[in-house]
Design a protein around this ligand. Structure first.
Ligand code: GRF
Length: 293
């Protein structure tokens, strides 16, 4: 497969030929080192031989993760392998998109191998060739996985870390047990303030403004079995202006969210998160390994 010829920003359709078949394959660049390819002709999969990293059946289509080039750069530094990420979203998905863009730019040593969405409407992911699974079950029960099946699906996708990006449902204990110290969430206030059940979306920003605090900002934390109580890993501060509406404050916080989540995802994928003796997670600086934040 001529993967190196693929434009890094757009899906490309290739005709793959060998002695047994000819299949139309759509390839989606996912990072500087790999593309995912989709074809409805499942029979081509075994023919990819050594370049085939994995194949995953997804409804009637098939997704293949194929390495780009012969020296695909799968390793970073001293044996730090690329990480497989699952991103969970419920709504707009702007954090998901900014993480995906950072992966395409080579800023994160990982790949989004699956998007988990609360409902089926994850068009950005589908257009980029990222498999989408629905969790939890929809009200009609016609779509969506049980917690047990969700864990199995993530295992099947060989997920190393889960990034919650605006996912509104409580994460089931089964998933937390299956991925200890491996699930992150972003919350749009400086936790532990303005967090917990009921604090989501504009409700957070309205409460922040009503309280009179002068600063707000996103928090990234590890996920435990409750809303917003896991160990804090990173925070950014923005001013709360006296004239702010909830929407204006939300936009200022969201801008910081996009930056901090990319930085944290990069640190996670480069294995730069360490745990202090008292259980507080820290990020080791990339430039100065003796510095932590
Ligand atoms: C963000 O404000 C995030 O902090 C919160 O939900 C929102 C998601 O935004 N958990 P988006 O879907 O990433 O645009």
């Amino acid at each position: 497969m001529e993967a190196q010829a693929i434009n890094p920003h757009f899906p490309t359709t290739l005709n793959s030929k060998n002695r047994n078949f000819m299949a139309k394959i759509t390839c989606f660049p996912q990072s500087p080192t790999w593309v995912s390819c989709k074809s409805h002709n499942l029979s081509f999969v075994p023919e990819f031989g050594t370049s085939l990293k994995k194949d995953l059946s997804l409804r009637s289509s098939c997704v293949v993760k194929a390495k780009v080039g012969s020296d695909g750069g799968e390793e970073l530094g001293e044996g730090v392998s690329r990480k497989n990420l699952a991103v969970f979203v419920s709504g707009g998905g702007s954090n998901f998109r900014s993480i995906h863009e950072a992966i395409l730019d080579g800023r994160i040593n990982g790949d989004i191998v699956v998007l988990v969405a609360k409902c089926g409407g994850a068009n950005y992911a589908r257009n980029k060739g990222i498999p989408v699974i629905v969790f939890p079950k929809t009200k009609s029960g016609s779509e969506g996985l049980s917690p047990h099946d969700l864990v199995s699906a993530l295992r099947k996708f060989k997920v190393d870390n889960v990034l919650l990006a605006g996912f509104l449902k409580l994460i089931p204990a089964e998933l937390i047990r299956a991925y200890p110290k491996s699930i992150l969430n972003i919350h749009p206030s400086l936790l532990p303030s303005f967090g917990g059940k009921g604090y989501y979306g504009m409700k957070v920003h309205r409460a922040v403004i009503a309280s009179g605090v002068r600063y707000s900002g996103p928090t990234i934390h590890f996920v435990d079995e409750h809303y917003d109580t896991g160990r804090i890993l990173a925070q950014r501060v923005v001013p709360v202006l006296v004239t702010d509406t909830a929407e204006e404050l939300a936009a200022r916080v969201l801008q910081e969210e996009h930056q901090v989540y990319v930085e944290v995802a990069a640190a996670l994928c480069e294995e730069r998160i360490i745990w202090r003796e008292d259980g507080v997670p820290l990020i080791r600086s990339k430039d100065d390994p003796d510095k932590f934040s």
